[in-house]
Design a protein around this ligand. Structure first.
Ligand code: ADP
Length: 170
């Protein structure tokens, strides 16, 4: 079965195959969802992240989930929004595509995404939600008959509404 859903709450509590971390290029932890994931996964996550030598904007790297209910964490680095003039949209699309590449390579069936770049990196939520939903739909179309469940996690009512509007409009 294939599904795309929107869920409210803390991504670290989800029992899915993989959760996505909106990381920074060092992969050594930070605030927001990154901090929450590292706190919930425990120190071994940071240890594995240290061995990865960082991650470029628009790229993604995978680690184990350690103490998280999720088996895997896919760390991706979203673009900082600077008015839409620095290829932010294609970089954000690339984040989702690279995550889906790892989904295929690692045989992941269920994955949960936070709203990448929409916190400290200030990407406008409505635009980010449109990118997220359209990339997921593209992936589901491309992926044929495989079992894939994609969850978009909203941390507050504004992000939930942005996902709902984007899903409605696409
Ligand atoms: P970025 O630096 O990519 O903007 P942030 O972590 O600052 O990353 O924010 C990304 C999004 O994740 C924001 O919409 C924020 O509200 C949301 N967020 C923060 N903590 C959590 C959490 N525990 N679970 C799910 N989403 C979260």
């Amino acid at each position: 079965m294939k599904s795309l859903s929107i869920s409210w709450g803390d991504i670290t509590s989800l029992k899915v195959d993989a959760i996505v971390n909106a990381a920074n290029p060092t992969l050594l932890g930070g605030g927001g969802v990154d901090g929450a994931i590292h706190r919930a996964a425990g120190p071994k996550l940071l240890e594995e992240c240290r061995s990865l030598n960082g991650c470029a904007v628009g790229e993604a790297k995978i680690t184990r989930g350690y103490e998280l209910p999720a088996t895997w964490v896919i760390h991706t680095v979203g673009p900082v929004w600077v008015g839409g003039t620095r290829s932010e949209e294609s970089l954000l699309q690339s984040c989702y595509r690279r995550c889906f590449d790892l989904v295929v390579e690692t045989n992941i069936n269920s994955i949960a995404f936070p709203a990448i770049s929409t916190g400290a990196y200030r990407y406008p939520l409505d635009r980010a939600a449109t990118v997220a939903i359209s990339e997921a739909q593209e992936f589901l179309k491309r992926n044929g008959s495989g079992d894939k469940n994609i969850v978009f996690v909203g941390f507050n009512s504004t992000s939930i509404e942005a996902y709902q509007t984007a899903a409605w409009e696409i």
